[in-house]
Design a protein around this ligand. Structure first.
Ligand SMILES: Cc1cc2nc3c(=O)[nH]c(=O)nc-3n(C[C@H](O)[C@H](O)[C@H](O)COP(=O)(O)O)c2cc1C
Length: 363
């Protein structure tokens, strides 16, 4: 029977185990979105994950509105990522870069320009900016002749990721950001070939994925989707056929793996009553399927054993337990992640979560 401790081939590389580190924005880069030395320590501490998916990383200035989040569009950013990927590799780990265009979820206070999206809509609530929280702004719909430029930004960032030593990339098509804003029908009201029918709403995902695959190879490209329920105000009236079609497209392109963030009704990060679509998506996407949200060891092992998942990604458990894989192996208790330091500056709540051995030594 497959367990979380078994290796798995994920495209070009083989992960030593099936406990994957989910992408986690931590806001420890510079104000110019350049990675910092403390990020080297943070990722190296977590290198025993089967694979690390990096925090969401901006493909362009336009697409990155999160204060102190890193980017991958400049040479300076590429150089600053190199020690991160090197440190993870030196410890025998693997790391891919999650590529991010936030679409309407940026704020002009951070990017200096009005947000762009599929249509003129706004994310509900407030954006994080350097001057505190500010209400999200209504986006400017992207003109159809701007879309090739967006795709080119994904391609450039993917090539930069490889140049920076990443083992591949993950296209962030989840959580209400740009690609998700095109996918779902409560945020996409376009009447051109990028809106309306399911085929049209999936088009941006397909074109971005295909272009990135053409640039760096399908075995180095994965995608993240969040198919069930509202996320940052983005939702769909009929998610089953939409996400089945998206899974078909990704299956046809032959990406390395597909990751789904699927909270349940008791989820602590976007709880929803909309049923999980993983059983349906499993029928459409034949490659490795990585499932996420609110997993502990028991449910992880059950979903691997039943064949629903090929691997499990853990977010907050990896945030607070750098040696998560060892702890799962030993059945050791897990440290709970502290929300107050999710996006704060410095080492506190970032690189100072102890391993089990450190905890024992200190006791
Ligand atoms: C602090 C924090 C930052 C996050 N940043 C990202 C991100 O950059 N990209 C992304 O796709 N999801 C992000 N997420 C969602 C996580 O990847 C994951 O889906 C969520 O935490 C649920 O998994 P868990 O129950 O294992 O923590 C973030 C979650 C948290 C708590």
């Amino acid at each position: 029977m497959t367990t979380i401790f078994d290796p798995i081939k994920l495209g070009a590389d083989t992960a030593a185990n099936r406990a994957i580190m989910a992408p986690l924005t931590r806001g420890r880069a510079t104000r110019d979105h350049v990675p910092t030395p403390i990020m080297v320590d943070y990722y190296a501490q977590r290198a025993s994950a089967g694979l690390i998916i990096s925090e969401a990383t901006g493909i362009s200035h336009q697409g990155l509105g999160w204060p102190y989040a890193p980017g991958l569009w400049s040479d300076e950013q590429v150089e600053a990522w190199k020690p991160v990927t090197q440190a993870v590799h030196d410890k025998g780990g693997l790391i891919v870069a999650q590529l991010w265009h936030m679409g309407r979820a940026v704020h002009s206070a951070v990017t200096g320009e009005q947000p762009v999206s599929s249509s003129a809509t706004a994310t509900p609530g407030d954006a994080h900016t350097y001057e505190g929280k500010k209400p999200y702004e209504v986006a400017r719909p992207l003109a159809i002749d701007e879309i090739p430029g967006i795709i080119a930004d994904y391609v450039k960032a993917a090539k930069n990721a490889i140049a920076a030593g990443f083992d591949g990339v993950q296209i962030h098509a989840a959580n209400g950001y740009l690609i998700d804003q095109f996918l779902r029908d409560n945020s996409n009201f376009r009447d051109d070939i990028y809106g309306g029918s399911i085929e049209n709403r999936v088009r941006l995902l397909r074109e971005v994925t295909q272009a990135v695959v053409d640039a760096i190879g399908a075995d180095r490209v994965s995608v993240r989707l969040s198919p069930n329920g509202d996320t940052q105000g983005v939702n769909d009236s009929n998610p089953e056929p939409l996400f089945a079609a998206a899974a078909d497209v990704l299956n046809q392109i032959g990406i390395a793996f597909l990751e789904l963030r699927e909270p349940g009704p008791d989820g602590t990060f976007g709880a929803t009553d909309v049923p999980r679509l993983s059983p349906l998506i499993r029928q459409h996407f034949k490659g490795p399927l990585v499932l996420n949200s609110d997993y502990g060891l028991g449910r992880a092992q059950a979903d691997l054993a039943s064949g629903l998942a090929d691997a499990i990604s853990f977010g907050r458990p990896f945030l607070a337990n750098p040696d998560l894989v060892d702890r799962l192996r030993e059945g050791a208790p897990l440290t709970q992640a502290q929300m107050a330091t999710f996006y704060s500056q410095g080492a506190e709540g970032y690189t100072d979560y102890p391993t089990l051995a450190e905890k024992k030594a200190a006791a």
